[in-house]
Design a protein around this ligand. Structure first.
Ligand SMILES: C[S@@+](CC[C@H](N)C(=O)[O-])C[C@H]1O[C@@H](n2cnc3c(N)ncnc32)[C@H](O)[C@@H]1O
Length: 222
C-alpha cells in the first residue's frame, strides 16, 4: 500500500483564497513538498503556513533553469525522494502558487510519479490571473471573446497579434521590455503585481515606471 501524491493549488497569495479542499488536503497529508529554487517557492509555503502547522516540509532541489537535461535530471531526483515517502504509505502534498495546471513544476513530477503507478490527485487553486483580473476589476472575457495566456519570457510577438484578451505572465526581469513591445504594437494594458501579497501594486495603464517583479501580470484587453 502506498500513499497518494497531491498537487495542491494554494492560490495567488492571500491565505483566505485557499479552497476548503486545499486546506483539508493539506491536513490529510503527512508531508508537504515544495521546490527549493528560490524565494517564489517559499511564497507557496508562506501562503499555506497557518494550515501546515508542524507537518514536515520536504524541500526539493529544482533550480529554475532552461537547461532541459539538467531539469529532467532534477525532476527524476525529486520524484525519487517523493516516491520513497509514498512507499512508506505517506501522503505527500506538493504546493503550487495559484493552480497546479498553469505553469507549475508539479506537472513534471506528476508525469513521472503517475507513470510509476502511484495514486495522484490534483486540487485546483485560484489562478493568479483571475485574482489579478478581480483586483483590477477587469473582466477577462465576455460574450464571444477569447482569452489567451501568454508566457512573456518566450517570444510573445505572434501571440500579441491574436484577437481577444491577452494575459501576459512570467515577464520577470523583462517586464519593461514587454511593456515597450506592447506600446510599439499600439496596445494598452493593465498591470497587477504581487496580487494578494504585501506590497500589491495595481496599474490601470501601461507605465514605464513599473519595477520588475517575478509576481507580475499584464492584462491586454482589445
Ligand atoms: C510559474 S507561474 C505560476 C502560475 C500559477 N500556477 C497560477 O496558477 O497562477 C509564475 C507566474 O505567475 C504569475 N503570478 C503568480 N502569482 C502572482 C501574484 N500573486 N501576483 C501577480 N502575478 C502572479 C506571474 O506572472 C509569475 O511570473
Amino acid at each position: 500500500m502506498s500513499g497518494t501524491f497531491f498537487g495542491i493549488g494554494v492560490g495567488p497569495g492571500d491565505p483566505e483564497l485557499l479552497t476548503l479542499k486545499a486546506i483539508k488536503t493539506i491536513a490529510d497529508c503527512d508531508i508537504i513538498a515544495v521546490p527549493d529554487s528560490g524565494a517564489p517557492d517559499q511564497v507557496a509555503l508562506g501562503i499555506a503556513h497557518s494550515y501546515i502547522g508542524t507537518k514536515p516540509v520536504m524541500l526539493l532541489d529544482l533550480p529554475m533553469t532552461c537547461d532541459k537535461v539538467k531539469l529532467k535530471e532534477q525532476h527524476e531526483i525529486a520524484a525519487k525522494s517523493i516516491s520513497k515517502e509514498l512507499d512508506k504509505n505517506k501522503n505527500v502534498g506538493f504546493l503550487t502558487i495559484g493552480d497546479p495546471m498553469i505553469f507549475s513544476t508539479y506537472n513534471y513530477l506528476h508525469k513521472i510519479i503517475s507513470s510509476h503507478g502511484y495514486a495522484t490527485k490534483i486540487i485546483p487553486g485560484v489562478t493568479s490571473f483571475c485574482a489579478a483580473a478581480a483586483a483590477l476589476e477587469q473582466p477577462l472575457c465576455e460574450s464571444g471573446e477569447t482569452l489567451h495566456i501568454i508566457p512573456a519570457n518566450y517570444d510573445a510577438k505572434v501571440a500579441l497579434s491574436l484577437d481577444g484578451t491577452k494575459i501576459l505572465m512570467k515577464s520577470g526581469k523583462k517586464l519593461n521590455e514587454v511593456i515597450e513591445m506592447l506600446r510599439e504594437k499600439g496596445l494598452n494594458g493593465k498591470i497587477a503585481q504581487k496580487v494578494g501579497m504585501d506590497g500589491q501594486r495595481l496599474y490601470q495603464e501601461l507605465s514605464t515606471d513599473v519595477e520588475s517583479n517575478y509576481f507580475s501580470i499584464i492584462i491586454v484587453k482589445d
